[in-house]
Design a protein around this ligand. Structure first.
Ligand code: AMP
Length: 430
């Protein structure tokens, strides 16, 4: 199989790493890839822009690609999957219509309303004054979201009303570009978060293992939201009833998309809050989560190339259940100083080989690149995902942080409490 992987983050490195382990894969093109994908078996980085659909299609034809895997949401919302499928290339990732589940919070809310899927009560606004008038009738805590894509940073969970007012002003000031033209004000949901992802081939839904991200930049879930600072899987706090309910919600979502005439072939990601009334949907994504992928794929025993091919070709029904290792995975993000605000790039990175020498550790590159002289430098806010797989969370956490301690670059920082809840939720009464 000849595979094209679009994107350049930690998620794409994890996808390439798993595909490279498949005996069925003879060539991988990472477009544009990063400093980590460049070093994987049978993989070449190619200077292709995933937002340039015509160039991607031409490349895929030229290289006789059997499977295209689209990582990030931007190209999906721009219709890259539609362009590839029109050219006859089996593709993992929904078309523009299905990607709206992620690209437009109001599209997602409408679908949930139609299908009776539990979610936070919300109102959408297209002008500043109506949003502010509505806020005046509400109490904090309350959540303000830019409607469109804002890389996980367009959400403000306001504990004080003034923060909500500031967030509305910020959205309408154009900070998030057109993503902020519509602002959603949402009820605050209290409870632990959990993500459940599933492979979907248009009709069949094949669930993965639950994972839990850490969105806030600082220890103890403080500071602004980020794209994600660390993650673990499975989630010991999730019981069988909650898991079955989340899966049922993903199945209802897939059916609703199908009934609306949308052929969703890709990854359906449900972001849930486990409230006392059961799981409620916070958001959907129309692709693999980043960083969730960096703990899910290392635990997946099933050949990733096989399952992705089944997704793209509508053959998931024939595919048995996925096989997972009983071991757990913990991944810690090392970020550039200043992230999620301004940060500098081009800082030399050292210690990755030493970190990977520790048993069970894989370092997925997120924002890295190789310079012309072959040295590895930082190239993004989230730089590395240091993942450890081990029989239990105590060991996985200790191993991940031991590996993190071996890596350095100027300005590096990370959260020191990733997966703490996995330990807490196993203690009596916690
Ligand atoms: P979203 O991009 O909608 O998932 O929001 C990003 C993060 O903001 C979520 O992972 C939550 O941590 C938080 N968040 C979003 N909506 C709510 C809500 N209604 N109640 C509580 N927290 C929320």
């Amino acid at each position: 199989m000849r595979v094209l992987v679009l994107g350049s983050g930690g998620r794409e490195h994890a996808i390439v790493h798993s595909l490279a382990a498949s005996p069925n894969v003879e060539a991988i093109y990472a477009a544009p890839g990063n400093g980590g994908t460049a070093g994987e078996r049978v993989t070449n980085n190619v200077a292709l822009d995933p937002d340039d659909a015509a160039a991607v299609v031409a490349f895929a034809r030229d290289k006789a690609i059997d499977l295209a895997m689209i990582g990030p949401e931007g190209p999906l919302c721009n219709g890259l999957a539609d362009a590839l499928r029109s050219a006859g290339i089996p593709t993992v990732g929904p078309g523009k219509d299905g990607a709206a589940l992620e690209g437009s919070k109001s599209f997602a809310k409408d679908l949930m309303r139609r299908a009776n899927i539990p979610t936070a009560a919300a109102e959408s606004f297209t002008d500043r004054q109506s949003a502010l008038d509505y806020l005046a009738t509400q109490t904090a805590p309350i959540v303000v979201k830019a409607d469109g894509l804002a890389a996980g940073k367009g959400v403000t969970v306001a504990t004080e009303m003034q923060q909500a007012i500031d967030a509305v002003e910020e959205c309408f000031s154009g900070r998030f570009g057109s993503a902020g033209n519509v602002v959603v004000v949402e009820e605050f949901l209290d409870g632990p978060e959990c993500s459940l992802l599933a492979f979907v081939d248009g009709t069949t839904v094949l669930p993965m293992s639950p994972a839990q991200d850490h969105k806030r930049v600082g220890d103890g879930d403080t500071g602004p939201n980020t794209g994600g600072m660390g993650v673990y899987s499975p989630v010991p706090g999730v019981d069988a009833k909650q898991y079955c309910r989340m899966l049922e919600i993903l199945e209802v979502t897939a059916r609703e998309l199908h009934d609306a005439g949308i052929d969703f072939r890709g990854i359906l990601y449900g972001g849930f809050i486990l409230t006392p009334d059961g799981p409620k949907v916070l958001e959907y994504n129309a692709r693999f989560g980043d960083p969730e992928t960096q703990v899910l794929l290392p635990r997946l025993n099933t050949d990733l190339a096989e399952v992705l091919s089944a997704v793209a070709n509508g053959k998931l029904e024939e595919f048995g259940p996925l096989s997972w290792t009983q071991h757990v995975a913990v991944s810690v993000v090392i970020a550039s100083g200043g992230y999620p605000g301004e940060y500098t790039t081009g800082k030399p990175i050292s210690g990755i080989a030493d970190a990977q020498a520790i048993e069970g550790v894989t370092v997925y590159h997120a924002g890295t690149k190789l310079t012309l002289d072959g040295s590895l430098v930082t190239a993004g806010g989230r730089v590395l995902n240091v993942t450890a797989v081990a029989p239990d969370f105590e060991t996985a956490i200790a191993t991940a942080y031991q590996a993190v301690g071996r890596i350095s670059f100027d300005g590096a920082f990370y959260r020191t409490d990733i997966a703490h809840r996995a330990l807490a939720s196993r203690q009596p009464g916690a």
